[in-house]
Every structure is written in structure tokens, then in C-alpha cells.
Design a protein around this ligand. Structure first.
Ligand code: PEP
Ligand code: MN
Length: 337
């Protein structure tokens, strides 16, 4: 349930309506816009009688929200959320350009890629330290050593870092060192992990599950927000379909759909979507044209020797060309890099 107050309602009146809601055992989420104030009611509103609110002198209208997600719902927060990742703004016209290798392999490897990516316009550096691999025999990442390499490169190059958290055991060290904590596709519905994210001050990059519907994905964002961390960025990374030629199928429609359903920024990872480097450019450009708030692209200085996902990684020169083209599209649609 959402209560829209009349324009220029006083602070006292807002507090009074808030008290009325709280007396009914619900929580509130207040968004004070320039013109109107909206109060979102959080909790089980199915048995709440809306009449006392409808007749209140400060209330303009009462709306029922059908969707089970509330805090993530655009109805609760009509304006785009802008998430601050250690000074880099994402959303509301600001693009996140995340680039880097699938996995951290060595300091020299990440440093070389990070320098090149930054020179091309990337504003965030990615690199997996803890890798969710399908096979237990595949390279599992360098773990904490990989995380420390990322931190060293951050110091040298000056790009905030993005890396995946797989276990609550590393919550504290990630909170201390990681600028944007990634929750990967395979953990999108690891609800215990999601509930713990309220304890970190860092924003979260929530990737779409391999076969998650929009509603399931939004409910996972809701878990994080309800636990106390409202700084969530969503990442479309392709879904499982009957097609096997590509690694996954990029759901471009998710961009306009999610921009309608939620105020949270939506970025796209064309690398894991297609699984082929030559698909990245067209899908990246299409994503920006469709309204995405950014891109996460795997970049590797020697893809043929990469320990993970070389086939979908761009060489730095190709990434540079891509960002030039993306900038042109961004300019046309009024987004800034
Ligand atoms: C990744 O970004 O490193 C990754 C493993 O992606 P996903 O969780 O989307 O498969
Ligand atoms: Mn990868």
C-alpha cells in the first residue's frame, strides 16, 4: 500500500500519518519528492482497511501495490536511484563501465588490464577472486590473495573494485576492501547470504539467476533492501534457454521491463550472456541503446591463455573501440560516462 500525500503537507502531518500506519503494525518508507511525499507501507497490508487513510485531510490517494516487492518497487520511489560506488555514480543518467578479467591471475595481469581499461574510459575494475566454477577441478580463483591483488591495483590505478562474494565467512573482509560487492547468478537466491548483506555498508551488484523471472530477481533485491542495504544495482547476464550455440541468451527486454518495475539501476554483462567475444560489441551497444545504466565487460590482455572465460573476453584494444562507440550512443540518449 502506498499513501500519496497532498502537495505541501507539513512535517507534523507526515508524522501523524506515519503514526497511523505504525499503529497498524506496519513499517514505513518515506520518499520526500520536490512536490509530493509518498509513504510506502511495508509488511502485510492485505488486512489493512484503507478508508481511514483515504478520508484523512493530508492524504491525496491510497494505492495498492500488487507486486510482492515493495522497497525495490518504482511505485515506492518514482525517481531513478543513483548508487554511489566509492564516488562513482551509477543510475539516473550515469553509466557504470565495469571492465576487467574474469579471474584475478596475477598482479601484473590485473595491472596491465586495469591501466588499459581506465584509459579507455572504464570507471570500475572487476576481477574474480572467489570463482563459482561448474567443475571442482577448474581454477577456483586465488581467494584472499586475489582480493589483495585487486586492492594493490586499485591503489596503483585508482579504480574502485568489483568482485564476487560467495560466502558469509568473507563478509567482513569484503566490507573493508571491496567497493561494489557482486552476488553472482548462482547465488541470486541464496537467501541466507542475501539477508547478511544488510550488515555491509557497501553497495551490491546483484546478477540475475540463470533461470530467474523478473519477479524472483526483484524479490532477491528486496531481501537485500529489507535487511537494511538499499544500495543495489541489478545486472542482466543472460538466461538459460533451449539455445546452446550461445552460452546464455541475453534478455534485452529485461532493461525496459526493469526500468518500469524498479528504481534500481540496471546494467548488462554481455560477456557471460553470449559467451563469445565477438558478440560483446553488438550486445553492449544494444543494451545501452535500450536504456541500460552500464556494462560489465570481461577484458583480458591474453585471452588465449586466460584461466577462465578467455573465449568471451575482449582484448584491451577492442574494449577501447567498444567504449568509443558506446560513448556516442550514450551521448545521443543523454547519458554521461
Ligand atoms: C562473473 O561475473 O564473474 C560471473 C561468474 O558471472 P555470473 O555469476 O553471471 O555467471
Ligand atoms: Mn567470467
Amino acid at each position: 500500500m502506498i499513501i500519496v500525500l497532498k502537495p505541501r503537507t507539513t512535517k507534523e502531518d507526515i508524522t501523524r500519518v506515519e503514526q497511523m500506519i505504525k499503529r497498524r503494525g506496519l513499517d514505513t518508507h518515506i520518499v520526500e519528492g520536490q512536490e509530493v511525499t509518498i509513504i510506502g507501507c511495508i509488511g502485510d497490508t492485505t488486512k489493512i482497511d484503507s478508508k481511514p487513510f483515504e478520508v484523512d485531510s493530508s492524504v491525496d490517494k491510497v494505492m495498492h501495490v500488487q507486486e510482492p516487492y515493495k522497497l525495490a518497487n518504482r511505485a515506492f520511489h518514482p525517481e531513478d536511484s543513483i548508487i554511489d560506488v566509492s564516488g562513482v555514480k551509477v543510475g539516473g543518467g550515469n553509466l557504470a563501465l565495469i571492465a576487467g578479467p574474469c579471474s584475478v591471475e596475477s598482479y601484473d595481469q590485473v595491472l596491465e588490464i586495469a591501466k588499459a581499461a581506465k584509459a579507455s574510459g572504464a570507471n570500475l575494475l572487476r576481477g574474480g577472486a572467489f570463482k563459482p566454477r561448474t567443475s571442482p577441478y577448474s581454477f577456483q580463483g586465488l581467494g584472499l590473495e586475489g582480493l589483495n591483488i585487486l586492492c594493490e591495483v586499485k591503489k596503483a590505478v585508482g579504480l574502485p573494485i568489483v568482485t564476487e562474494l560467495m560466502s558469509p565467512e568473507h563478509l567482513d573482509v569484503f566490507n573493508e576492501k571491496v567497493d561494489l560487492i557482486q552476488i553472482g547468478a548462482r547465488n541470486m537466491q541464496n537467501f541466507d547470504l542475501l539477508k547478511q548483506l544488510g550488515q555491509v555498508d557497501r553497495p551490491i551488484l546483484l546478477k540475475r539467476g540463470l533461470n530467474a523471472t523478473y519477479e524472483e530477481w526483484m524479490m532477491s533485491a528486496e531481501y537485500i533492501m529489507a535487511s537494511g542495504n538499499e544500495n543495489v544495482i541489478l545486472c542482466e547476464r543472460g538466461i538459460r534457454t533451449f539455445e546452446t550455440y550461445t552460452r546464455n541468451t541475453l534478455d534485452l527486454q529485461s532493461i525496459p521491463v526493469l526500468r518500469k518495475l524498479t528504481h534500481l539501476p540496471v546494467i548488462v554483462d554481455p560477456s557471460h550472456a553470449g559467451g563469445k567475444w565477438w558478440l560483446v560489441e553488438s550486445m553492449a551497444k544494444a543494451s545501452i541503446a535500450a536504456g541500460a545504466d552500464g556494462l560489465m565487460v570481461e577484458v583480458h590482455n591474453a585471452p588465449e591463455n586466460a584461466l577462465c572465460d578467455g573465449a568471451q573476453s575482449l582484448k584491451p584494444r577492442k574494449y577501447d573501440e567498444l567504449i568509443k562507440e558506446v560513448s556516442q550512443i550514450a551521448q545521443v540518449i543523454g547519458k554521461s560516462i
